[in-house]
Design a protein around this ligand. Structure first.
Ligand code: AMP
Length: 432
């Protein structure tokens, strides 16, 4: 029988990498707390309609990329391709409008899109998502951008470019759409096949096509900013001023339009200079009509999502620190089978005192147990043989220095704990 591998485009995040993800989540969680965002766990699948209506029927995500299936009762469900629609659904369903506004919420988890896999682009990928729902204040847009930049600053990411644009609203977007279509009409034959298809359905997306011919054609095309209505124009100025006030280095990219239909006014992206083709680490913006499109009352909102795989890739490429990988403090070594039961008792004794410890389960020789102890990253090997049992002691070997001595068994835990805290103090001292 042939063996079963994981489906195309999905990855196992193995222990050598998962501890790095923990670090990214810790920094995210701390930053969320500092900015007053609270965590929500959202379902991995939703009614398909949430995305077709919320994200937009003519978007690539809805047209080509969703994992949609019927459940056993014949309901059409979809594995979430993104989180904003789910977060707004949750806000409406749980009457979060009754809470202090805006409701500042964050979430993290896997998303699913049927895309062509390549480096930094997967069919299951993780996002960190922040949403502020219930306010149209431009300073909320500023704060949303600021949270993402603060997370990246704490993670040590460098070589980032932050670009903003305003994509307008239902008042000014049709004006831009018309201007764009009349500009492109005579050039339609020269556009790439994808953009030809976009011309009627979603011409805005032609502006951010990466095809060099399309880029050249749209060089002089009317941009969204030149068509903004007074309200959107004022809002965009306020956002730029606000970003300036908080010292955020951003530039305006008039071509930035984003792939999801629900964006209104502010759109932004953070790009990494070290990622190659899939260079966006984070994207977001305002979506004042999303709530209405899924059947709720008009509710403004703004948010962003950052890709965890791409954050980790960028950090690795830039040699950033992920803190210390988790290692054991101690490894219990049993020199002969007669002392094994007592060694296991010792293992649980020290674990109960808060010491990370392990033992051999493979019947390894005394020597091989030491080798495993060394490979486990534990600082101490704690040897409990017949001699130690007879004298109520443990032989402790520091695997880093080779130093070895005998301790009363009752003192073992406090010895290791004191050693650990002295080490932490020394590390903190070195940092000062
Ligand atoms: P979006 O929801 O398309 O605005 O994407 C937000 C962020 O999620 C992007 O900036 C990427 O960092 C990440 N992302 C989007 N699609 C993928 C994918 N297929 N694989 C990995 N990361 C992705």
């Amino acid at each position: 029988m042939s063996s079963i591998s994981a489906p195309r485009g999905v990855r196992d995040i193995l222990p050598d990498e998962s501890w790095k993800w923990e670090y990214v989540f810790k920094v995210t969680r701390d930053t969320a707390r500092d900015f007053g965002y609270r965590e929500v766990h959202l379902p991995v699948f939703e009614h398909t309609e949430l995305f077709s209506r919320g994200v937009g029927e003519t978007t690539d995500v809805v047209e080509k990329e969703m994992y949609t299936f019927d459940d056993r009762a014949g309901r059409s469900l979809t594995l979430r391709p993104e989180l904003s629609a789910s977060m707004v659904r949750s806000y409406l369903e749980n009457r979060m409008d009754k809470l202090h506004q805006p409701a500042k919420l964050w979430s993290a988890g896997p998303m699913f899109r049927y895309e062509r896999p390549q480096k930094g682009r997967y069919r299951q990928f993780w996002q960190i998502d922040f949403e502020a729902i219930g306010s149209q204040d431009p300073y909320v847009d500023v704060e949303s951008i600021a949270v993402s930049l603060e997370i990246f600053r704490k993670l040590g990411l460098a070589n980032l470019e932050v670009v903003v644009n305003s994509v307008g609203c239902p008042v000014c977007r049709p004006v831009h759409k018309e201007a764009l279509q009349s500009f492109l009409k005579s050039k339609l034959g020269d556009l790439c096949e994808t953009c030809k298809g976009r011309f009627n359905r979603n011409p805005l997306r032609i502006l951010d096509c990466k095809n060099p011919v399309c880029r050249e054609i749209t060089e002089e095309a009317p941009d969204t900013i030149s068509c903004l209505c007074a309200e959107c124009s004022e809002h965009f100025s306020a956002v730029r001023l606000g970003l300036d006030r908080i010292g955020a280095a951003v530039s305006v990219d008039k071509r930035l339009v984003r792939g999801l239909d629900y964006y209104t006014k502010t759109a932004y992206e953070v790009l990494s200079g070290d990622l190659g083709a899939q260079n966006a680490v984070c994207g977001g913006g305002r979506y004042d009509n999303l709530a209405e499109s899924i059947g709720g009352p008009h509710t403004p909102g703004v948010g962003f999502a950052a890709g965890v795989e791409r954050i980790v890739l960028t950090m690795e490429q830039q040699g950033r620190s992920f803190g210390e990988p988790p290692v054991l403090d101690a490894y219990v070594v049993s020199p002969d089978p007669s002392s094994r039961d007592e060694s296991v008792a010792l293992l649980y004794e020290i674990r109960r005192s808060g010491i990370a410890a392990d033992i051999d389960y493979m019947g390894r020789s005394f020597k091989a147990q030491f080798k495993t102890a060394g490979g486990s990253g534990a600082v101490f090997a704690c040897v409990l043989g017949p001699d130690e049992i007879a004298t109520g002691s443990v032989t402790v070997k520091n695997l880093e220095t080779g130093e070895q001595h005998q301790l009363a068994r009752a003192e073992l835990s406090s010895f290791i704990i004191e050693f650990k805290s002295a080490k932490v103090k020394k590390q903190e001292g070195n940092l000062l």
